[in-house]
Design a protein around this ligand. Structure first.
Ligand SMILES: NC(=O)c1ccc[n+]([C@@H]2O[C@H](COP(=O)([O-])OP(=O)(O)OC[C@H]3O[C@@H](n4cnc5c(N)ncnc54)[C@H](OP(=O)(O)O)[C@@H]3O)[C@@H](O)[C@H]2O)c1
Length: 241
């Protein structure tokens, strides 16, 4: 992996991804709205910027050209197919062998086997309705964006973030295929580590066509799962015939 494009580079997640990508020695191309260019001033000399709306196909086409990897923040903003337009452009224009990594939340389900708490269900339903009323956020469009990604034969990974918090890195988050698994119970990840997982996914072929739901590696549920796994390897339970 030499050159990566970060779509949504000026956001909180995007800026952390820029830093992680530079730390790994990648050449970075960032896409963000014209009005947000100044948010990336600290990286000015080290990245190439393509300003523009991320659902503008010509902007995405220019930015992803020659990139080995594309990291895309799927943001459900507005009611103009912002997320699905962005995802479609990335699927259409990125290099044939590029690794494509997208961000979203736990509310996205790949196979319908996720088990959600009443809290998350209520949050998605109420927040979604209020936001749609004010034409701020279009959660359904993030679902549509992911539907298109899941049905694509590109080398994609959709990283599904838990609730997020700021703070120092704790290391690479752990993940599960399904929300509802005990390892995810704590439902919290440092945003800097969400970004770390996104960038690390670029070089992890085991995550191709997976939709990992992530949680911080130092959370109570992650630590409990790890010690349970260690216990069962030290004291293996009774084996079958
Ligand atoms: N927030 C959470 O608790 C949470 C939880 C789980 C998963 N996630 C996922 O994490 C990712 C990043 O979320 P985040 O909350 O951390 O936000 P973020 O990184 O700050 O990203 C927001 C992005 O949306 C853009 N944006 C903001 N307002 C916009 C508008 N009106 N029109 C177009 N673009 C606009 C921002 O660009 P500008 O810099 O130009 O404003 C930025 O690129 C998303 O994929 C989200 O689904 C978030």
């Amino acid at each position: 992996m030499k050159k990566v494009c970060i779509i949504g580079a000026s956001g909180k997640l995007g800026q952390y991804m820029v830093q992680h990508a530079l730390d790994r020695g990648y050449e970075v191309v960032g896409v963000c709205r014209q009005r947000s260019v100044a948010k990336l001033d600290k990286f000015k000399e080290r990245i190439t910027l393509v300003p523009g709306a991320t659902n503008d196909r010509s902007v995405v086409r220019k930015a992803v050209a020659g990139c080995d990897g594309v990291l895309t923040v799927l943001a459900p903003w507005g009611v103009q197919q912002y997320a699905s337009g962005t995802a479609q452009a990335v699927l259409d224009f990125s290099e044939p062998d590029a690794r494509l990594v997208f961000s979203c939340g736990w509310h996205i389900s790949r196979d319908g086997k996720d088990v959600y708490s009443w809290r998350l269900k209520a949050l998605v339903s109420i927040a979604g309705r209020i936001a749609r009323l004010f034409r701020l956020v279009e959660l359904d469009d993030q679902v549509e964006a992911c539907r298109r990604i899941f049905s694509s034969d590109r080398q994609w990974t959709v990283v599904r973030g838990s609730d997020l918090e700021e703070g120092e890195s704790q290391g690479l988050p752990v993940w599960s295929r399904h929300v509802g698994d005990r390892i995810l119970e704590s439902n919290i990840t440092r945003r800097v580590d969400f970004a770390l997982f996104m960038v690390a996914a670029l070089e992890n072929d085991g995550l191709i066509r997976e939709a990992p739901a992530i949680v911080g590696c130092r959370t109570r549920s992650a630590l409990a799962s790890r010690s349970k796994a260690q216990d069962s390897s030290v004291h293996p339970g009774p084996r079958g015939p």
